[in-house]
Design a protein around this ligand. Structure first.
Ligand code: NAP
Ligand code: ZN
Ligand code: ZN
Length: 357
């Protein structure tokens, strides 16, 4: 099945056509490379749990799902064409694309480099439209992307690119709040949920110098947590361990994708502790005011990161030799990867190899 006729660069990807459909090949057209654009030949695209939420229409009505949908916002590849005015990239460079591909460029958040909070609404990499509010965007489960160089990231890699793809969402989504809320030496940081975001959170918080504890529902992940750099591992069903940890953390980064009790996690914070929510369960979660009042605690949220901070994160990860632990799959296994991710059976990010697709 193909998208409506449009002039441009013919490409193909993998799309789903409704919330219950399987992924299948999809032919469509990327725009011609404009003066400020780069054409990226996609090598790898990570599978973020947000892809699953949107492909399966789990965030409606807050975030409607548009079909056909080609998900994917953890994209790395090689620049194969550059527009006449492009200065940041040259042909052959590695490049990345994260969760948005454009924004209004004029509002205060855009001017401050936090384009994800664009007041007019940024253009998401998929399940969205370009800033004309008409042209649908298709994501990284595809062979090519055409993007304004301003919204593409520079990737300095010598070896395998597959472990770099997840940095474009999971990496920045954890780096930004960990930095903002002061993860570092002397700070006790807990990462709730050891999945794609969580495992990046552990690596990054440990590299920032914090004491890192994983809060997990999966006892089988303890060894992995240590290998990723965690100092402690707490199974949230273990009542004794929970009792011992109550009131002990300075910062909790909540990456959990499913329903869970915010009040429980807040009880693990110490005086003036902060819990930052990045996971997006599909239903609202009740909050007891006492959970915050008692210890002068704060509950915060965070959405990915802007282009300058995403570049900073990529450079931080390169400096600290941080990549994602990935299981590389062929596009024929997208559904299997989705099902395993939902069952918390991911170690720790599925990444689709688009090179031979
Ligand atoms: P993921 O790989 O599926 O990881 C989620 C982890 O949460 C699981 O591995 C599991 O870890 C834990 N978990 C699952 N169900 C749970 C439950 N019922 N109770 C407690 N813990 C549970 O997902 P992800 O890709 O890291 O994404 C996580 C969430 O962040 C998703 O909702 C996604 O949409 C959202 N997200 C937000 C942003 C943002 O900018 N704010 C960006 C990207 C993604 P254990 O096995 O250790 O318990
Ligand atoms: Zn994501
Ligand atoms: Zn803006």
């Amino acid at each position: 099945m193909s998208a409506p006729e449009r002039q441009g660069i013919a490409t193909r990807g993998f799309a789903t056509h409704n919330k219950d459909a399987k992924f299948g090949p999809f032919e469509f057209v990327r725009r011609e490379v404009g003066p400020h654009d780069v054409l990226i030949d996609i090598a790898y695209c990570g599978i973020c749990h947000s892809d699953i939420h949107q492909a399966r229409a789990e965030w409606e009505p807050m975030m409607p799902s548009m079909y056909p949908m080609v998900p994917g916002h953890e994209i790395v590849g090689r620049v194969s064409q550059v527009g006449g005015e492009v200065t940041k990239f040259k042909e052959g460079d590695f490049a990345g694309i994260g969760c948005f591909i454009d924004s209004c460029r004029e509002c205060p958040p855009c001017k401050a480099g936090i384009e994800q909070y664009c007041i007019k609404g940024s253009a998401q990499t998929y399940n969205s439209t370009e800033m004309d509010r008409e042209t649908p965007t298709y994501g990284g489960y595809s062979k090519h992307y055409v993007i304004d160089e301003k919204y593409a990231l520079k990737v300095n890699a010598t070896g395998d690119l597959s472990g770099i793809a997840p940095l474009l969402c999971a990496g920045i989504t954890t780096y930004s709040p960990l930095k903002k809320w002061g993860a570092g030496p002397g700070k006790k940081v807990a990462i709730a949920g050891l999945g794609g975001l969580g495992h990046m959170g552990v690596k990054i918080a440990a590299a920032m110098g914090a004491e890192v504890t994983v809060l997990s529902t999966s006892p089988s992940k303890e060894k992995d947590a240590q290998a990723l750099g965690a100092h402690k591992f707490l199974v949230t069903k273990d009542a004794e361990a929970v009792k011992a940890a109550t009131g002990s953390f300075d910062l909790i980064l909540d990456t959990i994708s499913a329903q869970h009790d915010y009040n429980f996690y807040l009880s693990l914070l110490g005086l003036e502790g902060v819990m930052v929510v990045v996971g997006v369960p599909t239903e609202p979660i009740p909050l007891n005011a006492f959970s915050l009042i008692g210890g002068n605690k704060a509950l915060a949220g965070s959405l990915i990161g802007g282009i300058p901070e995403t570049q900073e994160m990529l450079d931080f990860c390169a400096k600290h030799s941080i990549t994602s632990d990935v299981e590389v799959i062929d596009p024929s296994r997208i559904e299997e990867a989705y099902d395993r991710t939902v069952k918390s059976d991911v170690r720790y990010r599925f990444v689709i190899d688009m090179q031979n697709a």
